[in-house]
Structures are given as C-alpha cells and as structure tokens.
Design a protein around this ligand. Structure first.
Ligand SMILES: CC(=O)N[C@H]1[C@@H](OP(=O)(O)OP(=O)(O)OC[C@H]2O[C@@H](n3ccc(=O)[nH]c3=O)[C@H](O)[C@@H]2O)O[C@H](CO)[C@@H](O)[C@@H]1O
Ligand SMILES: C=C(OP(=O)(O)O)C(=O)O
Length: 423
C-alpha cells in the first residue's frame, strides 16, 4: 500500500488550483438517471470516489465517459437496464445510496444495497427512506437491500419533514421530487452549497425548484427532464484544507477558485486564530506572519456552520496553537480517530465522547502515522508539513477518495512531500 512522506521545511508560497467538489459531483452524477438525454458535468474532480460512482452508474446501464483527462463527465442514461445497485459497489462508498431516489422516480422501482456503517459513525439511511415514503413509495428491507416501489402512476409529491438535517437525504428527496406528481415540500432541508449546485443543475434539466439554500425547498414535479451541461461547484473542503497549509507552516498561498461564501464559518475561526484571509480576483489568499496561532473553540454544524469535513484538519492547526482549544463534533459520533495519530506526533489532546480538548504545544515531531478516514488522512499530512523531521502517512487510499494530486499541489507551493509506492 502506498504511503506519503512529508518533511516540515518552513513557509509555503504560490498558488493552488482548487478542484470541483467531490460531494457535489457524487450527487450530480446520479441525477443522470432522471433523464434519457445526455448530462455533461464540467470541472469534475479526478478521484477514486468519482470512478466508483462511474462504475455504479455503468452497472445500471448508464454510459459514462471521462473526457479531458477526467475533467468532463459525459453521461447518458437512455439505456438503463438494471435497477439494482449491488453490495459490491455500494459498500465502497456511502454516496451510492444517492441512486435510490432517481431510479425510483424514473422507473418506479429500485433495489439498492444498504451501505452499512463506516469509520466515522453508524450513518443510517432512515431519513432517505422516510423521504421516499412521504412520496408514496413502499419500502422493504430484505437481504441487506432496500427494495423500493413507487405507487401505480409514479411517486406523488408530499411533505418531507426531516427531524434532523441530512445532506444526502435532502439530495435523494430533491432528485426524486423532480419527477413526482404534484408539489413536494422539503422541510428542514440541508443548505450546503452542494445542495444548491444540485438544484441549479436539476433546474437546467427542466425541474421546477424553489428555495434551495434555505430551510424549505419546494419542488413542482414535471413529467420528464431533459439533458444539460453543468459546471461542478468548487470543493469547499479541499479549499479549506489547502487554506490550512500556509496557516499551519507559515507563508502566503493563493487558492484559485476559492470564495468566502463557501467557507464563511471556517474563515471566522481562522481569523480568530490569527490567520489572514483576503479575497483576490482569482480566489482567496491566506497568509500567516510570524508568531503563534491562537487557540480557538470549534463546534461542527450543518452549513453554514463549521463543517465536520474540516474538523480534523483544523485540529492539526490547533495542535501548535498558544493555549487550549475545544473541538466539539456534533455531526458524527466517531470522528476523532486522527487525535491518537496526532498525539504520536507530540500533540496533547484529550478526547471525551464528542469533545476533544487540544492543549497547544510549541511544535510537532514527525512520526509514522496511520490514516483512518479521508479527512483524517489529510490532517496528518498538514500536521507533517509543520512538524520537525519526517512524517510517514500510511494507508493513503482514503486520501485518493477526496484529494486529487495532493503531492503535486503541495509541492507546487514548496512543501517537501512525496508518495512512496507500496508493494
Ligand atoms: C457524499 C457526501 O456528500 N458526503 C457528505 C455528507 O454525508 P451524508 O449525506 O452521509 O451526511 P448527513 O448530512 O446525511 O449526516 C448528518 C447526520 O445525520 C445522520 N443521518 C443521516 C441520514 C439518515 O438517514 N439518518 C441519519 O441519522 C448521520 O448519521 C449524521 O449523524 O454530509 C456530511 C455532513 O456534512 C459530510 O461529512 C459528508 O462528507
Ligand atoms: C465523509 C466524507 O465523505 P463520504 O460521505 O463519502 O464518506 C467526506 O467527504 O469527508
């Protein structure tokens, strides 16, 4: 298995291109299932999760071609001949559940393997299922699969009232509602930029949607959707991750394609920690002058709050802050697995349930560490950039799910980082 070797070597400077969002692309791709006309996505990230979604769509009979070195995905679902999403693919990626709503809405039937738990938490899909039931679907859980059936005549609009905010369940409900008969109101909807991006793409395909980005989304079902070409929104998590690179080891880096509105709550915490962020014509510039980072407290929340997907990376920064920071993880019940690995590098962290208390130390020391999930992996790389000596991050396949060309991007701004091929 490959590993990444990072050696702390001082301030960074230069520019990093931020890719299209993994989490937007993973919901835009299943939207192809809603129409027999072509859907083309531009600014797609080149990631293993995107390849997994490609395989899943192809297993259903969709045509998916990666053009321009993977930056453009040309898809067509005119010949879907299978409505069963198999365990072998679904188990690799939780976002696979996002084919359920579109398949059910267009074909009236779908079988999708339950994705199961994962390292960061149990992550049930009950809210996805409740949303589809509110549109008249009958669901049966058998042999580890969800067997979903629409009523005769297709899904019907209804009230989907989520008891808690779920990004994926909002996406499934939104996609299904576009082809349901009548009006669907999605209450307590997620407001993430990826939801807004999905709604914009669906609207280009002919859907009638209002209210995306607010708590209530209203969808007027249409008989059919057409094709579209859509540019995937910037990846706010990749953006935040690379904003932390100059924050953690000093310097001045411009993030091309970045925008404050994607990372508002995160920028407020950087400001409190003493990191300067300014808008430029091409994106955002982050700089850190001399002196230590200040400790800050962070609580993860649904958008527009501080994202759980940046919690691990923020913890890496706070390990060397002056003072004590408290991080509260409110979205996933087991998302501090990076803490013991950071402690191997000399960090002082105490974890009690969903709270991690980080006592800042002067500096971290390089060590061999193990990546446990996607964002944990990159937090260890960030910590390694600021540590004294060499850090070897093992098990980097998690990283390939969500970060394209991480070595090229970071070495382009002066970091000492290389990938070692495993056996
Ligand atoms: C592919 C993708 O876009 N992944 C993102 C998406 O995941 P995902 O869509 O899976 O996350 P959710 O927003 O659904 O999860 C939020 C919380 O709701 C719970 N829940 C969710 C669904 C459900 O049916 N029942 C239930 O109890 C989850 O266990 C979790 O505690 O949003 C998360 C929260 O911002 C991000 O960390 C993930 O990177
Ligand atoms: C948790 C993440 O992704 P997924 O929902 O695909 O597991 C993530 O992007 O940090």
């Amino acid at each position: 298995m490959d590993s990444i070797v990072v050696t702390g070597n001082g301030p960074l400077s230069g520019r990093i291109d931020i890719a299209g969002a993994k989490n937007a692309c993973l919901t835009l791709m299943p939207a192809t299932l809603l129409t027999e006309e072509p859907l083309t996505l531009q600014n797609a990230p080149r990631l293993s999760d995107i390849r997994t979604m490609t395989l899943l769509l192809q297993s259903l009979g969709a045509e998916v071609s990666a053009l321009q070195e993977g930056r453009v995905l040309a898809m067509s679902s005119h010949a879907i001949d299978n409505q069963r999403a198999d365990y072998d693919i679904v188990r690799k990626m939780r976002a696979s559940i996002l084919v359920l709503g579109p398949l059910l809405a267009r074909f009236g039937y779908a079988e999708v393997s339950l994705p199961g738990g994962c390292a960061i938490g149990a992550r049930p899909v009950d809210l996805h299922l409740r949303a589809l039931e509110a549109m008249g679907a009958t669901l049966d859980l058998r042999d580890g699969y969800v067997h979903a059936k629409a009523p005769a005549g297709g899904l019907r609009g209804g009230i989907v009232d989520f008891p808690l905010v779920s990004v994926g369940a909002t996406e499934n409900a939104l996609m299904a509602a576009t082809l349901a008969k009548g009006t669907t109101e999605i209450r307590n909807a997620a407001r993430e930029p990826e939801i807004v991006d999905l709604a914009r793409c669906l609207r280009r395909m002919g859907a009638q949607i209002e209210g995306e980005g607010s708590h209530t989304i209203t969808v007027e079902g249409v008989d059919r959707l057409g094709g579209a070409t859509h540019r995937v929104v910037t990846d706010r998590i990749e953006l935040g991750t690379y904003m932390l690179a100059p924050a953690i080891c000093g310097g001045d880096v411009e993030l091309l394609g970045g925008a404050i509105e994607l990372v508002g709550a995160f920028c407020e915490k950087l400001d409190a920690a003493g990191i300067a962020v300014e808008e430029t014509p091409d994106g955002l510039r982050v700089s850190r002058k001399n002196g230590r980072i200040r400790a800050v407290d962070v609580t993860t929340e649904p958008f527009p709050g501080f994202p759980t997907d940046l919690q691990a990376q923020m913890m890496a920064l706070l390990c060397t802050a002056e003072g004590t920071s408290v991080l509260e993880e409110k979205i996933f019940e087991n998302r501090f697995m990076h803490a013991p690995e950071l402690m191997r590098m000399g960090a002082r962290i105490e974890v009690h349930g969903g709270t991690a208390t980080v006592h800042g130390v002067e500096h971290l020391k390089g060590a061999p560490v193990m990546a446990t999930d996607l964002r944990a992996s990159v937090s260890l790389i960030l910590a390694g950039l600021a540590a004294r000596g060499e850090t070897v991050v093992n098990r980097v396949y998690h990283l390939d799910r969500g970060y394209e060309h991480v070595v090229r991007k970071l070495s382009g701004v002066g970091a000492k980082i290389e990938r070692i091929q495993g056996s």
